[in-house]
Write a protein that binds this ligand. Structure first.
Ligand code: FAD
Length: 371
């Protein structure tokens, strides 16, 4: 790092999005360097589920995961007041992967591709000559900003969103317990959701996402009695990590030779479980645009990829603080189980909105009104 003065593609931020972008750019034939202020493997509060479409993108990046370090899940189950509805993926399985395992695997793959990695280095600004790393200019032909949801580079590149972001609060804890299900469970209550993802043969990841800023993990768990009973005797494996789940939409994610990726480029609420999959898909789209020498291609691919997750997030969040609507929705979903299955297929990209069909939406809408 001492001698990093320039790079063809410079990636600012070495979280999952930055590393995926670095791998994809390297695969496209560029010389790539990554700078991050932390040391790997980097941990972060996350539900730790990667959907099948995210795994497909990871495979395209050549990232293999050791199946002994992950746990597969075959679908999503919503649970509310003892009632549950579930759907299986039509396009394979998802993986629950502890965040540090995922990060280490991405780091290994990045190194294997020949990307130069610079950990423990703080990015301090952006000038017309290039990125400032600890006050020194690093010049590049292309700059990829992957410095997360509080991205300073986004602002410095003049790509701040026009509308304010919406926030919820996230916490993550690991429990030592044999996963009782091969579904990701999303438990609903008046205070938010608790997602349970199997992440190893002897471990589950429990993530709380809530709009209540003063609510903490243990107090929240008491509001999910069915889940609390399951976890009563399970060992809490460490500290509870917190993070903000942000909904942020940007008008533009590139500016001349600068592109944003991952949460720096905007995000959907964590309830979608799609943040990582979106980042890995963006990385591939961005590398294609770099190869073509035109970032407007990336802009187009980005807007298209974000459309559906945004809609799904909006739809799900309608139920967040509306108990009556939640109850009706669960009743309607229970009465028409195929509907949830098809929603899930659309969510993970194996069914287009067109294939999903207006007729089915209307029929479900009718059930919702009459449930
Ligand atoms: C509660 C919760 C649950 C979630 N559950 C899921 C889930 O189950 N599945 C899913 O797919 N997604 C989930 N997500 C979303 C997912 O965690 C994010 O999409 C993902 O972390 C985004 O990665 P990133 O690389 O963009 O950002 P980050 O992981 O935040 O990486 C940003 C990097 O930039 C570096 N950086 C920042 N500033 C500087 C600086 N000045 N100098 C140097 N380095 C800097 C940081 O050190 C960091 O390594 C969840 C999110 C939350 C909050």
């Amino acid at each position: 790092m001492n001698h990093l003065r320039e790079a063809e593609v410079l990636v600012a931020g070495g979280g999952p999005a930055g590393l995926a972008a670095a791998i994809a750019a390297r695969q496209a034939g560029f010389e790539v360097a990554v700078v991050d202020c932390a040391q790997p493997p980097i941990d972060k509060a996350c539900g730790e589920g990667i959907m099948p479409d995210g795994l497909a993108a990871l495979a395209a990046l050549g990232v293999q995961v050791d199946v002994r370090q992950v746990a597969p899940f075959r679908g999503i189950r919503f649970i509310h007041d003892g009632q549950s509805v579930e759907g299986s993926f039509a396009n394979g399985v998802g993986y629950g992967i502890p965040r540090t395992v995922l990060h280490q695997r991405l780091v290994d793959r990045t190194a294997e591709c020949g990307v130069s990695l610079h950990w423990g280095r703080r990015i301090t600004g952006l000038s017309t000559d290039g990125l400032l790393v600890e006050g020194r200019v690093v010049a590049s032909q292309w700059l990829i900003c992957a410095d997360g949801q509080n991205s300073k580079l986004r602002e410095l590149a003049g790509l701040e969103p026009a509308t304010p972001a919406r926030y919820r609060f996230g916490f993550r804890r690991h429990y030592r317990i044999t996963p009782w299900s091969d579904f990701v469970e999303v438990h609903w209550s008046d205070c938010g959701q608790m997602n349970v993802t199997p992440v190893a043969g002897d471990r589950v990841c429990v993530a709380l996402i809530t709009r209540l800023k003063d609510l903490r993990f243990d107090a929240a768990l008491r509001r999910f009695p069915q889940l609390a009973a399951r976890l009563e005797r399970a060992e809490n494996m460490g500290s509870t990590m917190g993070a903000i789940s942000t909904t942020r939409t940007l008008g533009k994610v590139h500016n001349r030779s600068v592109a944003l990726i991952g949460e720096a480029a905007g995000s959907v609420d964590a309830i979608t479980g799609e943040g990582l999959a979106i980042a890995f898909q963006q990385a591939i789209a961005l590398a294609n645009a770099l190869r073509a020498g035109d970032l407007t291609d990336y802009e187009r691919a980005y807007s298209q990829a974000m459309r559906l997750p945004r809609r799904m997030a909006k739809l799900m969040l309608l139920m967040d603080n509306r108990r009556r609507l939640r109850e009706r929705t669960f009743r309607a979903l229970a009465a028409e189980p195929g509907f949830f299955q098809r929603m899930l297929s659309m969510h993970t990209g194996s069914l287009s909105p067109l294939e999903f069909g207006l007729g089915r939406g209307l029929s479900f809408g009718w059930r919702l009104l009459t449930a």
